[in-house]
Design a protein around this ligand. Structure first.
Ligand SMILES: Cc1cc2nc3c(=O)[nH]c(=O)nc-3n(C[C@H](O)[C@H](O)[C@H](O)COP(=O)(O)OP(=O)(O)OC[C@H]3O[C@@H](n4cnc5c(N)ncnc54)[C@H](O)[C@@H]3O)c2cc1C
Length: 399
């Protein structure tokens, strides 16, 4: 007979470890199955987590972010206070935005340790290959079990989630819905360490943006995400990033002495939440559920929130048969609106970013009052925007 658990979580990222911690603390027999040999390695992230006030501003109904977003100091490598959005011609729009830049590897390991300290078993180097309708899991592993049974399975297995597929989800157009991304960790970067920089343009990052995120101590995450539906066929991701690093007139001077310490490529799902995020015996959290802000690729806050909601709903289900669909109701209340707004922003950007000159004009015209709300997953008040834009356009013409 295969070992049996109340809950098996597939994936030890922030979403899965958060769910597992809550259930293990409540005394449920919980396991995490993780294909990597070391949690959080390699790291697929720009490591940016907005501060708690910013998180509550972006997701005002997700009060749990007050404690979930409280990252212990030892995992914070830098704090930034401003964000710059830089147009193809180099015009910068800057506004205040507080972030913690975190050591994602250590942070992911810390979250997983919290789950294991609470009694959760973690099986590393174990890849889930299949899930049956009755939650029999087939696993490829040399060191752990090759089969497990669970009352509830949690799909926390990231953007290419197998568990999501077993619930019937699929990407209708991967070229639109997925953003292939590369991140270099670089040293000897000469940038303002209080500022996060986001660069837009068809030649810079078609369908996405490039970033310089200062980690502190002259280190930075330098990366980008694109979308293949917009990029030039045959141009490799590395070509875009190397061109950005060596040729962009704002970025290149900051990176002229910089050296690559490590590099990773990964996928960011940017299609919004998947249609089915729970069934009678399974729940999806984090990237597996499509819980990512499509316009900026940020998914840590919603991975933590969704993971927490799932943990509490699954516990209520095991205790008193609360339906797992309660999970859908709560996450939709807490952050569906913001994720949908972010998706609308991406769609608008797609139509504008087909041309660099149009992107440039739009970014200059829109300015801080239009662009800042977009980064915060809000649409600017239209009347306010139209009237102020009119005045600005008028002033630009007469001056
Ligand atoms: C280049 C890049 C930069 C990013 N920068 C930021 C940022 O600065 N800020 C931000 O908020 N978000 C960022 N994101 C997004 C963020 O990293 C994700 O949203 C977040 O990691 C989601 O957490 P998760 O727990 O859902 O999934 P993940 O962190 O992806 O964890 C999923 C885990 O599941 C495991 N797994 C997958 N399949 C299986 C299987 N079949 N069996 C067993 N284990 C499996 C994986 O090994 C992995 O450990 C970035 C993403 C990328 C790719």
């Amino acid at each position: 007979m295969s070992p049996s658990f109340d809950v098996v979580v597939v994936g030890a990222g922030p979403a899965g470890s958060t769910t597992a911690r809550i259930l293990a603390r409540k005394g449920y027999k919980t396991a995490i199955i993780e294909r990597r040999s070391k949690i959080g390695v390699p790291i697929h992230c720009g490591e940016l987590l907005p501060t708690i006030p910013e998180l509550l501003d972006i997701f005002p109904r997700s009060k749990r972010l007050q404690h979930l977003g409280n990252v212990p100091k030892e995992f914070i490598t830098n704090k930034t206070s401003r964000t710059q959005l830089i147009s193809p011609q180099g015009h910068a729009v800057e506004f205040k935005f507080g972030t913690n830049i975190i050591d994602r590897t250590k942070y992911d390991q810390y979250l997983a340790h919290q789950a294991s300290d609470a009694g959760c078993e973690i099986f590393l180097q174990s890849t889930v290959l299949d899930r049956s309708e009755t939650n029999g899991l087939k696993i490829k592993s040399k060191i752990g079990p090759n089969q497990l049974d669970a009352r509830i399975v949690v799909g926390a297995d990231g953007p290419s989630s197998l568990i999501s597929k077993t619930l019937g989800n699929s990407y209708s157009s991967p070229e639109h819905d997925l953003s292939p991304s590369i991140n270099f960790i670089m040293k000897d970067v000469e940038c303002d360490e209080a500022v996060v920089q986001m660069y837009f343009g068809k030649d810079i990052a078609p369908g996405g943006y490039s970033w310089i995120i200062p980690k502190g101590d002259s280190m930075a995450n330098v990366g980008f995400g694109i979308r293949r539906c917009i990029s030039t066929p045959g141009t490799s991701l590395l070509t875009y990033l190397k061109h950005f690093i060596s040729k962009n007139k704002i970025a290149a001077p900051q990176l002229k002495r910089a050296k690559v310490v490590s590099r990773v490529g990964a996928i960011i799902p940017v299609a919004g939440p998947v249609p089915t995020t729970s069934s009678e015996n399974a729940v999806l959290v984090g990237d597996a559920a499509g819980h990512v802000m499509a316009s900026n690729g940020g998914g840590i806050p919603t991975a933590l929130s969704g993971g927490s909601i799932a943990g509490h709903v699954i516990a209520a289900h095991l205790e008193r048969q609360t339906p797992l669909s309660t999970y859908d109701r709560i996450w939709k209340y807490e952050f569906e609106k913001e994720l949908n707004t972010a998706l609308s922003v991406l769609r608008i950007a797609d139509s504008v970013m087909l041309s660099d000159s149009l992107t440039d004009v739009c970014m200059r015209f829109a300015g801080k009052q239009f662009l800042e709300p977009l980064i915060r997953c809000r649409l600017p008040a239209p009347v306010d925007f139209v009237s102020k834009t009119f005045v600005r356009a008028f002033n630009m013409i007469v001056n």
